[in-house]
Design a protein around this ligand. Structure first.
Ligand code: ZN
Ligand code: ZN
Length: 366
């Protein structure tokens, strides 16, 4: 039997057992070794995501080993990083495009814009066999059309489980950089949660000269130092938006950051972030994955600064390659982002700890 945490209805999580599935010839069974707990999982738990069908097994940030490989799986599943064999360490790209919507048909280069994305651990119910479509389980069943990345040699499973959030962060940075380099640039990161911290690390790996990270939580600020931030703006010290903007200007010769990445999900951060970005700079909005409402902005700032304001919505599948490059750079102690670890049977505690903000990131270890 396979143990899994199942959200049976909003705010009701139960530990259930499923039969070990028979693996179709074009599918894969992955033995989950590590699964990160994401803010999205908290929203799914509360029933905030309309696309989440209950009952479902949450978890979309996973790594594991190939337990069983259907004989034709290598043809039906996109495998990156070499030929796939049983026992290989992998991570799975959770989101897949439908191939039929307006965006899939007209803008296939941006599969992240698909309006019917199928996402393991988010939009796939466990009601019907083979049931195992989420990462808070001992096994996950991977279907044809999925993308699987082999983990670089020697990468710990915990670090492999960070490929998904790192893909979010590298995509946000990539929106600003385009095909250009970060060399010599100052990047300001608003918010030191997992996405902000990984954005800081990704900016340093991409060659940024200086990363300024803004947060108010001691644990996050200390972690930001470990993840490459050169300067911290502590919101307990710089209590007002004006004070923080002034501080960033001070740190940049009164010019502002070349790139500012919004990773707080707090609307009030946006006008502040626009102000701390230099003229002709770029502002990237990645923090508002859900919609907490609006805020007043001054459009004149955008016009006067001749600046770019860019949105970043998840990532194309191939973003995992860049994410794994960042994680395998060896530059930063990525596994330390998992400040809390839980068994599957304690999945509810993991979700609660994430919601309370006790941890930088929680990990489920089967
Ligand atoms: Zn996530
Ligand atoms: Zn689509």
């Amino acid at each position: 039997m396979v143990k899994a945490a199942v959200i049976v209805e909003p705010e009701k999580l139960e530990i259930k057992s499923f039969d070990v599935p028979r693996v179709a010839e074009d599918a894969l069974l992955v033995k989950v070794k590590a699964c990160g707990v994401c803010g999205t999982d908290v929203h799914v738990f509360h029933g905030h995501l309309k696309a989440a069908p209950f009952p479902l097994i949450p978890g979309h940030e996973l790594s594991g080993v190939i337990e069983e490989l259907g004989p034709r799986a290598s043809e039906s599943i996109v495998v990156r990083g070499g030929e796939l064999r049983g026992g290989d360490a992998v991570t799975v790209v959770p989101g897949l495009p439908c191939g039929r919507c307006y965006y899939c048909l007209n803008m296939p280069e941006l599969p992240n814009l698909c309006t019917n994305r199928l996402v393991y651990g988010v939009t796939r119910s466990c009601r019907a066999a083979p049931h195992l479509y989420g990462g808070y389980a001992e096994y996950i069943y991977i279907e044809p059309g999925s993308w699987v990345y082999k983990l670089p040699e020697g990468m710990p499973f915990e670090v492999g489980a960070l490929a998904e959030p790192t893909a979010v962060s590298t995509r946000a940075l990539g929106r600003a950089l385009g095909s250009g380099s970060a060399a010599g640039l100052t990047v300001a990161v608003q918010g030191g949660g997992a996405i902000g911290l990984l954005a800081a690390a990704a900016a340093k790996v991409a060659g940024a000269e200086r990363v300024i990270l803004i947060d108010r939580v001691e644990q996050r600020l200390r972690m930001a130092e470990r993840m490459g931030a050169d300067e911290l703006v502590d919101m307990r010290e710089f209590k007002t938006a004006e004070g923080r903007v002034k501080r960033v200007l001070e740190l940049t010769g009164e010019v502002g950051a070349d790139i500012t990445i919004e990773c707080t999900g707090v609307p009030a951060a946006v006008p502040e972030g626009l102000e701390m970005t230099k003229r002709a700079g770029k502002y990237v909005e990645v923090g508002h994955f859900t919609d907490p409402g609006g805020v007043e902005i001054r459009p004149h700032v955008i016009c006067f600064k001749d600046m770019d304001v860019l949105g970043s919505w998840v990532y194309p599948m191939a973003q995992f390659g860049e994410a794994l490059d960042v994680l395998s750079s060896g530059r930063f102690p990525f596994a330390e982002l998992f400040t809390h670890k839980f068994k599957i049977t304690d999945a509810l505690k993991a979700i609660e700890a994430s919601e309370k903000g006790e941890c930088i990131k929680a990990l489920i270890v089967p």
